[in-house]
Ligand binder design. Structure first.
Ligand SMILES: Nc1ncnc2c1ncn2[C@@H]1O[C@H](COP(=O)(O)OP(=O)(O)OP(=O)(O)O)[C@@H](O)[C@H]1O
Ligand SMILES: [Mg+2]
Length: 236
């Protein structure tokens, strides 16, 4: 079953068109990567799904047309967006950030169990639960951003450059935990990532965008084997 489908999606900032017919298909529980150079339209594709940019074309989620819905309506359907730059609330503590992530949920016990799960998934956050998010390191903030999105219990996670600005070992730690989260929760994912090695460690299929269009789509194994992908994204 297809969970998310984008067909011929266009997107506009004011009069400027930046997506020119993007397609993407995410099966239930599947994980799909979006690769591409700076400015290719990766972030905008995620924004098209979460309702924060003006779009054309067709966007369906769980069998319903979601194009044109407000961001809060999209979130309520079960789509959580971990934005570029993380978007954690700096003045709130780690625990408060996690609870904000769960604001649409009822059931204190389940929420509390999920906070514990997040702290098990990202042990670095354990000692920092009472610290303000602004005082965390970049890696810890990224962990918090992912954990906060999980707290909404989404069906689909949109992940934008989770490795950006992190030391390689920290980025690997973050991705190891996201892989575990995927395995244990079955949450579907759309993964935007400039580091293709990390992306391929998490996704089943991927698409490459160039100036707002798909130029290549395939399985991780297929794409990893292609010379042009190796040269552009895998450092050799
Ligand atoms: N708020 C905005 N207003 C106007 N133009 C924008 C805005 N945000 C992005 N753009 C433009 O839209 C195009 C696509 O940008 P987008 O952020 O989607 O690219 P990206 O693939 O995520 O790039 P990066 O790898 O640098 O994050 C770029 O040309 C960018 O300059
Ligand atoms: Mg981007």
């Amino acid at each position: 079953m297809t969970l998310l489908e984008l067909a011929d999606v266009t997107a506009f900032y004011g009069p400027v068109q930046v997506l020119d017919g993007v397609s993407l298909s995410v099966p239930e529980g599947g994980s799909v990567g979006i690769l591409g150079a700076n400015g290719a339209g990766k972030t905008t594709t995620l924004r098209a799904v979460s309702g924060t940019v003006r779009t054309g074309g067709r966007i369906t989620f769980d069998g319903r047309d979601i194009r044109g819905l407000r961001p809060d309506q999209v979130a309520a359907l079960g789509i959580a967006h971990v934005p570029e730059g993380r978007g954690t609330l700096g003045q709130l503590s780690v625990r408060e950030n996690l609870l904000v992530g769960a604001y649409l949920r009822k059931g204190r016990k389940a929420i509390s169990a999920d906070v514990d799960y997040c702290l098990d998934l990202f042990p670095q956050l354990q000692d920092r639960v009472s610290s303000r998010a602004a005082a965390l390191s970049g890696g810890e903030q990224q962990m918090l951003a992912v954990a906060r999105a999980f707290m909404a219990k989404p069906k689909l996670l949109l992940l934008d450059e989770a490795s950006l600005g992190l030391a390689p070992s920290t980025a690997k730690t973050v991705y190891d935990s996201i892989r575990r989260l995927r395995r244990e929760s079955g949450i579907a994912m759309v993964v935007v990532e400039q580091n293709a090695n990390l992306a391929f460690s998490l996704v089943d299929t991927a698409t490459v965008l160039e100036t707002g269009r798909n130029v290549l789509t395939g399985s991780s194994a297929e794409l990893k084997g292609m010379d042009e992908i190796r040269r552009a994204y895998l450092g050799g």
